[in-house]
Design a protein around this ligand. Structure first.
Ligand code: ATP
Ligand code: MG
Length: 378
């Protein structure tokens, strides 16, 4: 029997386990390491992960994603109301004030809470990791954002329990990343502390922490965060393209949920290409709305302008960390980046500006959190 480490992301999950002397990130039923945090219902079927994401455009009402940030909260919570603006599924307040996603399953309308949806996702992760390791999986360590409240943590534990997972520990994502680093850099540490900054910039959050490592211990010096992530870049770009399409083609993407989803999907692809390429890149969508094909383009510098308010918040979060940790720039050994959005070049530039060190990619940017969680139980 094996213990798994779970990185439950707002966009996707990773699972790792200690195996034959090392830590291994496990592949799912599509031979992929990332499992989208999405659950869908279709007639008598429950579809989870890669398959759920793949059919979202044609089954929008019965596909739910983005529920990580809804755990342990009431429907009326302003934070929930804000999150729901970007989730195209049907959702209602339940009589007790909790959140109920309304989907058609087994030929009737049913309500599922964020905890139940998370449990379905965890059940899938448990099954695919058991298949990957060819052994039963019961015990796990789950990573969660450092800013998760007790209510959010309890909801996460409830979800794991429904999925039949025994949670040995909930671990902050920032700690998981530091553990993953400490494990591999062990030989570098001496009696004199080495200070390392970790930056996790994901889909829905930015978490920054300062750690000091000595031969025998890891000490968290300070952490800062902000509720911004890759999705905010996508939204700023969507705003721009929607306006352009309105002017050029007289169509309003915002009135149509499917068009909005297709636009965001293409924008995310474009954004990733822009991380590697600073020239003008095309965005084309066939039969976007009213049978009209749309085409446009954008280049990195334009994206940076549109996303200036987000980048400003990134910079502020870095600066707060520096102030709160009381570290001098010369005290910093390195700045390690993880999370998908840390690939954005302007984020790396801000790191250099604020910390006076280039962003370092010692860790696997996507897998570090799950690997750290797996290490915690190894
Ligand atoms: P969270 O940590 O907020 O719960 P998550 O762990 O699911 O979310 P990650 O997988 O770390 O998030 O990152 C996903 C985000 O990174 C998405 O917004 C995605 O668009 C973005 N991303 C991934 N690759 C790139 C890239 N090459 N350039 C720019 N952004 C990228
Ligand atoms: Mg993450």
């Amino acid at each position: 029997m094996s213990v798994i480490g779970i990185d439950f992301g707002n966009e996707s999950c990773y699972v790792a386990a200690a195996r034959s002397g090392g830590i291994e990130t496990l592949a799912n039923d599509y031979s992929l390491r990332a499992t989208p945090s999405a659950v869908a219902f279709d007639g008598k079927k429950r579809i989870i992960g890669v398959a759920a994401k793949n059919q979202q455009v044609t089954n929008m009402k019965n596909t739910v994603g983005g529920f990580k940030r809804l755990l342990g909260r009431k429907f009326n919570d302003p934070h929930v109301q804000h999150e729901l603006t970007s989730i195209p599924a049907r959702v209602e307040a339940r009589p007790d004030g909790s959140i109920g996603f309304k989907v058609n399953y087994l030929e009737e309308d049913q309500h599922f809470s964020p905890e139940q949806l998370t449990a379905m996702l965890f059940t899938k992760l448990k099954e695919t990791s058991a298949a990957a390791m060819q052994t039963q999986v019961n015990d796990c360590v789950i990573a969660c954002p450092i800013f998760f409240t007790n209510a959010e943590r309890r909801a996460l534990l409830d979800a794991a329990q429904i999925a039949g997972l025994n949670v040995l520990r909930l671990l902050n994502e920032t700690t998981a990343t530091a553990l993953a680093y400490g494990f591999y850099k062990n030989d570098l540490f001496e009696e004199k502390p080495k200070n390392v900054i970790f930056i996790d910039f994901g889909h829905s959050a930015l978490q920054v922490s300062a750690c000091s490592f000595t031969k025998s211990k890891l000490k968290m010096l300070a952490s800062t965060w902000d509720q911004i992530g890759g999705r905010d870049f996508d939204l700023a770009m969507a705003e721009y393209f929607s306006k352009e399409f309105q002017e050029r083609y007289k169509i309003n993407a915002k009135t149509n949920a499917r068009a909005t989803l297709r636009l965001l999907t293409e924008i995310e692809k474009l954004k990733k290409q822009m991380s590697a390429n600073s020239t003008k890149l095309p965005l084309n969508i066939e039969c976007f709305l009213e049978d009209i094909d749309v085409s446009s383009s954008m280049q990195r510098s334009q994206m940076e302008e549109l996303c200036a308010p987000v980048l400003q918040r990134v910079e502020q979060t870095f600066k707060r960390l520096l102030a709160e940790s009381k570290l001098q720039l010369d005290d910093i050994h390195s700045v390690e980046i993880v999370g998908g959005s840390s690939r954005i070049p302007s984020v790396k530039q801000l790191i250099e500006q604020v910390f006076n060190k280039p962003a370092s990619t010692t860790l696997n940017q996507d897998e570090a959190v799950s690997r750290g969680a797996a290490l915690q139980c190894a």
